[in-house]
Design a protein around this ligand. Structure first.
Ligand code: SAM
Length: 525
């Protein structure tokens, strides 16, 4: 395990579930009953949405930057101003995205209103049509394709409370996980805790078949509708907790954005909380995953973990993975103190300003105090079922901005860590290594000084790591292209820099091992 220092923050990761909240029944437009949604109706609705340019790019262009940013702050006015009039895209945006009623005449002019009302997606009253679900375009394949995600409707602060079986829409955490998924093609993929089905949309292009599970039957219906509207026909749903619905089955790819929120209450809101205490929903997922993975299969989950007094979080989470026998990569992307954490999730469930707010806030902090919790980490855990005796686990803090999507280069990250872990000093000296593509050198020092104060190697892509190195490693970086083994290169560098060859040979393998594990160098043979 190699802890690293960190730079900056990806705050989007902290807004995991803030979209698509549901009004309570007394707000008058909740759809409790979703009825069968025929493929013909799905095709027709999709065609209408696409024809009206209700797509990722169409919506982006129509809203513009200011309204889109305001919407992310839950402010509707700029978006309403940008979508006025009776033109089709504006009407669709107001209806499905902004959850505003539209006139029955303009809805009927483009949508099969009666059939959608029968399916439980719309309601019609007094010449006004309201959406009973939130329906939004979602970017697939790096923007090459638009999918549609259907979830429970949005509620803004002060408008009501969430219901217990609320199905959350796709948000920052969904995007983080979808960008983490390794490339296919594979035979079978599992989307555990599918919710609105967003991960299934991403998995459907990678896997011959996708199994989507959830404890919430309402989530399964909405996930099916999301898939139908997105033209996905290789996804099937199953109801149940964690791996229960897939007992005895194996998958090449398992992804999950589980209900990881750590609260004193049990499963108050299914979309984010479970009956598992503390962070054990995540440790349980990790513990059970290997018996559902094919050889070489991947499990990729988002997680929260506790920082408890007297314990290093790396040991805590590292132990979850080490127990699996899989190779693992654990990344902490953010850390919050208990008060920040409680505020985030009380805001997420629209409890700010309610009479319950102070009591819940206090009780939540009491709970963290009792458990000795100092902070809560957010991040991801990736496992690969390598069937190797010497599987390695890398646990690190990486809070700066990294290249997205991570999935395409993620296997190289794990391979680098595995390779470094396996190489003895002797094997390293006789190995052929090359500088990884995209690595540059930076020298920092006083202008005109004969020697730099610091030499840095910087990755211009991927994880964008920076490592401070000595003159030997910098010289190695400038000459190694995989054609010669490390040891004669080191001898030449020692001679040039007037250092003792034996000392250089003895000191360099450990540093080089760490640089290989971090992806600055690659072993070519
Ligand atoms: C945070 S949402 C994730 C939704 C979606 N997969 C995404 O990436 O945005 C977590 C989902 O897990 C489901 N869930 C809660 N407890 C569960 C359990 N014990 N087993 C399986 N799914 C569960 C919730 O109903 C919810 O749909």
């Amino acid at each position: 395990m190699t802890p690293r220092g960190t730079l900056g923050k990806d705050r989007a990761f902290l807004r995991p579930l803030s979209r698509g909240r549901l009004l309570l029944p007394d707000n008058g437009h909740v759809s409790n009953s979703l009825r069968p949604f025929s493929p013909r109706l799905a095709d027709r609705l999709r065609q209408t949405l696409v024809d009206a340019d209700y797509t990722v790019s169409g919506v982006r262009d129509r809203l513009g930057d200011m309204a889109a940013r305001a919407l992310s702050r839950e402010q509707l006015i700029p978006a309403l101003r940008a979508t006025g009039g009776e033109e089709r895209l504006g009407v669709l945006l107001r209806l499905w995205r902004l959850q505003e009623p539209v006139s029955e005449a303009s809805a009927r002019a483009m949508l099969p209103v009666a059939e959608l009302a029968e399916a439980g997606l719309l309601s019609v009253e007094d010449g006004r049509v309201r959406a009973l679900v939130h329906l939004s375009p979602w970017e697939l394949n790096e923007g090459e394709q638009t999918g549609y995600v259907v979830s429970d409707p949005t509620v803004r602060p002060g408008q009501g409370r969430l219901r217990a079986d609320h199905v959350v829409g796709a948000g920052g955490a969904s995007a983080t996980l979808s960008k983490l998924i390794v490339d296919g093609p594979v035979d079978r993929a599992l989307d555990l805790g599918t919710g609105c089905g967003v991960q299934s949309l991403h998995l459907a292009a990678r896997a011959a078949e996708v199994c989507a599970t959830d404890v919430n039957p309402r989530a399964l219906r909405l996930a099916e509708i999301s898939c139908a509207l997105s033209g996905v026909d290789n996804m099937r749903t199953r109801e149940g907790s964690l791996f229960e619905p897939v007992r005895g089955e194996r998958f090449d790819l398992i992804v999950s954005n589980p209900p990881f929120v750590i609260t004193p209450d049990s499963a108050r809101y299914t979309y984010r909380e479970s009956d598992f205490a503390g962070d054990t929903v995540c440790s349980e997922l990790v513990r059970q995953a290997p018996r559902h993975l094919t050889d070489g299969g991947w499990c990729q989950i988002l997680a929260n973990w506790l920082h408890v007094g007297g314990e290093d979080w790396r040991d805590r989470v590292g132990a979850w993975v080490a127990g699996t026998g899989c190779s693992g990569w654990v990344v902490q992307r953010d850390v919050q103190d208990p008060a920040e954490y409680v505020e985030l999730w009380l805001r997420d469930s629209c409890e700010q300003g309610t009479p319950e707010y102070t009591r819940r806030y206090d009780a939540w902090l009491d709970y963290f105090d009792r458990e000795g919790v100092r902070a809560i980490g957010f991040g991801w855990i990736c496992l690969r079922n390598d069937v190797a005796q010497d599987a390695t686990v890398r646990v690190e803090d990486l809070r700066h901005e990294i290249e997205q999507p991570v999935g395409p280069y993620l296997p190289d990250v794990v391979d680098g860590a595995m390779t470094a872990h396996r190489l003895t000093d002797a094997a390293l000296l006789s190995a052929h290594v090359a500088l990884a593509p995209g690595v540059v050198e930076e020298r920092i020092g006083v202008p005109g000084a004969p020697d730099p104060e610091r030499i840095l190697l910087r990755q211009r892509n991927g994880l964008r790591r920076v490592a401070q190195v000595g003159t030997v490693e910098a010289a190695l970086a400038s000459v190694c292209d995989g054609t010669m083994p490390v040891s004669p290169l080191l001898d030449a560098i020692a001679e040039l820099t007037e250092q003792d060859t034996a000392v250089v040979r003895q000191r360099t393998p450990e540093i080089l091992r760490s640089l290989i594990a971090e992806g600055f160098f690659r072993v070519t043979r």
